[in-house]
Design a binder for this molecule. Structure first.
Ligand SMILES: [Zn+2]
Ligand SMILES: [Zn+2]
Length: 175
């Protein structure tokens, strides 16, 4: 989402504008609709963006490997710095913060990269489709959320029988 902030950069410090966000963000091969509101406030150095956004991402359960949708709340707060002076066009020096967000020479403030970064941070490292996800059977790979499989409950025995079945199948397929 791109916002032309040339008028706001000429406005006095403290002036606020708000915008509705409805934007598709592509991360990790998926398209995600991000919606909500952002407020832009003129600061002495640039524009402070505060957003309360929400989206849904498709993630893989770390236990049963099924895909499921998970809502994410994105509370964005970032200051954007203009690279040129809006009145004179003279280049401005940026703060020495690594990866700070900038407003380009056409006075465009682009929210997309910030939304993408906040989404990546909000996705849990080990998502679970539900708190009590039963996971997969270690022998046959059956999704135990869909009910029990036919494997024996004793760990080692069932594992070795599963392995010999696997070897047999691969021998057959070679011939
Ligand atoms: Zn699961
Ligand atoms: Zn099983």
């Amino acid at each position: 989402m791109q916002i032309n902030v040339s008028q706001q950069l000429k406005a006095p410090i403290g002036l606020r504008r708000s915008y509705e966000v409805s934007e598709i963000i592509n991360i990790a091969g998926g398209s995600n609709m991000v919606q909500g509101k952002v407020g832009l406030m003129r600061t002495h150095r640039g524009i402070l963006v505060k957003g309360a956004l929400h989206t849904e991402v498709e993630v893989t359960c770390s236990r049963c490997l099924s895909l499921f949708s998970r809502p994410l709340a994105l509370n964005i707060e970032e200051e954007y710095f203009p690279i040129i002076d809006v009145s004179s066009g003279a280049p401005l020096s940026l703060p020495e913060e690594p990866g700070c967000f900038t407003i380009d020479e056409h006075h465009i403030l682009d929210l997309t990269e910030a939304m993408r970064q906040y989404m990546l941070l909000a996705i849990p490292m080990k998502p679970l489709c539900r708190e009590d996800c039963a996971g997969l059977c270690p022998s046959c790979g059956h999704n135990l959320n869909e009910g029990p499989c036919n494997c024996l409950p004793q760990g080692t025995e069932s594992r070795s029988s599963g392995l010999s079945k696997l070897t047999l199948t691969s021998n057959v397929s070679v011939k």
